[in-house]
Each structure stands twice: as structure tokens, then as C-alpha cells.
Design a protein around this ligand. Structure first.
Ligand code: FPP
Length: 265
């Protein structure tokens, strides 16, 4: 057997997982809280930023496999509103990583037809990063089949407040009547308007919180929590999460096909 024919156990496991995946039952939209970079680094006696660096490698792996299996929408929580409270050195390294990431991926977004769609209080980002974020967003905005939404300086409650303010303004201007207000109309004021709601939310590192990530949008989302720290969450872990999602029955408050009405929500 030549070297090129040698199949490592990792490849076999990935191929096995892929074979189990039902292409007709894939989530259209996966949202991810990438948690545990700091702990990953601490476990190895490394500075936290090394955890974030490995986290970026994990992100590339996860986005690749999502793209390969055909998931059109991925939304990642890259930097929360609360993350500004971290030590200045860590914040500045995270901004530098974002800068490196965008400079590196810019061409690949164009070649693969991926829209880079930033959400959050972008005005709080340092000027140079903000400019780059806006440039990459603009040059990829015409792509619609694959959308990578990146939450930066994002907080879900702040997003809802901003939406309320926009709606109130339109009511005052007479553009919208009070009787027209419903969920669909309100959704149009959120930064994510036009995107499908996430079908699956993944959070790594064993924490089982939502942490102010897309609180409106995940009302019916399937939640997947894993103890794996984000830098170790790679292709196989992603496939395992997708298979777990496919094993669930989504009822959206309706009665199960097989179960009884008292099954609850
Ligand atoms: C949470 O881990 C992770 C973050 C606050 C940042 C996420 C960033 C990356 C995955 C890499 C950079 C991404 C881009 C798009 C540039 P934590 O530091 O809170 O981990 P801990 O809870 O173990 O301390």
C-alpha cells in the first residue's frame, strides 16, 4: 500500500460520521458560542492568547466542514459586548486576530462565494479593524448562498432595544401603524433580518448558558452543549453535533407525530 492510500483512524471516523449524515435533514443555520479558549491555554500552561489562536484554527475547521456538507448559514459569537471588560492586552490581541483572520480569509470568501456579515456595535471596534470589517462586508455583500455572520461587540438585549427604537421611530413618522406590529414586522428591525433563525446552537466548554447571544432568534433553536473546549472542537465534533441535531424531533410547539399531546413544549 502506498503512503497516499494509508487512512488514519481520524479520517475513518470522519468518513463514518459523514456517511451517517442525512443531507435532507441538515440545519440551514448553525449558531456557535466558541467558549473555552482560556481554559484550553491554562491547561497547557500557555498564555490565554494561545487559546484564542488555536480557537481561530478550530473556527477554520468548523467553517470548512459546514461549507463542505452544505450548511448555508453560520453565525459565530466572536466578541461580546461584555468582552470589552477583559484585560486591555487580551482585547487588543483579539482585535489583532480578527484583523489577521480577515486579511487572510478575504480572498477565500470571494472565491467560495461567502458573505461576511458583521453584526453588533461595530462603531466600538478600533478604527483600522472597523474599516477592514466594513470593507470585507461590502465586497462580499452580494453573496447570498453562504453567509458567515460574525457577532462583534454584540449583545442580544442591546440588539432588541435598537430594534424597538427603530420601530418606535417608524411609528412616530407614520410609516408603521400600531395595529401592524407583529413578530414578522419586529424581526425586520433586528440586525439579523432576512436570515433564517438558527436551527442549531452549539456552545462548547461545558457552560450551559446563552450569554445574551441571539435571544430573540433562538426561541425554537435546538441547543447543543459539549464539554469540549473550543480549540479542540474540530471537524469530527461538528459532525457529531450535526448528527445529534438530526436525531431530534422538532415540533415548534406542535404535537409529536408519534407521541401524546401531553409531551409538552
Ligand atoms: C471565549 O473563550 C472566546 C472568546 C471570547 C473569543 C472567541 C474568539 C476566537 C475563537 C478566535 C478569534 C475569532 C475571530 C473571528 C478573530 P474564553 O476566553 O472565554 O475561554 P475561557 O472561558 O476558558 O476563559
Amino acid at each position: 500500500m502506498s503512503n497516499s492510500q494509508v487512512v488514519s483512524p481520524v479520517q475513518i471516523a470522519e468518513a463514518d460520521l459523514l456517511a451517517q449524515l442525512d443531507a435532507d435533514l441538515l440545519p440551514r443555520h448553525v449558531a456557535i458560542i466558541m467558549d473555552g479558549n482560556g481554559r484550553w491555554a491554562a491547561l497547557r500552561g500557555l498564555p490565554r492568547i494561545e487559546g484564542h489562536r488555536q480557537g481561530l484554527t478550530a473556527l477554520r475547521d468548523v467553517l470548512d466542514i459546514c461549507h463542505e456538507v452544505g450548511i448555508p448559514h453560520v453565525t459565530i459569537y466572536a466578541f461580546s459586548h461584555e468582552n470589552w471588560n477583559r484585560p486591555a492586552a487580551e482585547v487588543s490581541m483579539l482585535m489583532r486576530l480578527l484583523d489577521e483572520y480577515l486579511k487572510h480569509e478575504r480572498q477565500s470568501f470571494m472565491e467560495r462565494g461567502i458573505r461576511f456579515f458583521p453584526i453588533g456595535r461595530l462603531e466600538k471596534l478600533p478604527h483600522a479593524v472597523r474599516t477592514l470589517v466594513q470593507e470585507v462586508a461590502e465586497e462580499t455583500q452580494h453573496f447570498t448562498e453562504h453567509v458567515l455572520t460574525v457577532a462583534l461587540s454584540y449583545g442580544g438585549r442591546a440588539e432588541i432595544i435598537d430594534a424597538v427604537k427603530g420601530l418606535v421611530k417608524d411609528i412616530q413618522l407614520g410609516i408603521v401603524g400600531e395595529g401592524q406590529i407583529n413578530e414578522d414586522l419586529f424581526e425586520g428591525y433586528l440586525t439579523t433580518h432576512g436570515l433564517p433563525d438558527p436551527d442549531l446552537l452549539i456552545r462548547t466548554s461545558g457552560e450551559t448558558r446563552i450569554s445574551n447571544f441571539l435571544p430573540w432568534q433562538i426561541a425554537y433553536t435546538e441547543l447543543y452543549f459539549t464539554k469540549t473546549l473550543w480549540p479542540d472542537f474540530r471537524r469530527q465534533e461538528t459532525l457529531a453535533a450535526l448528527l445529534d441535531y438530526q436525531s431530534r424531533e422538532r415540533r415548534f410547539g406542535r404535537v409529536s407525530h408519534t407521541g401524546s399531546p401531553q409531551n409538552g413544549l
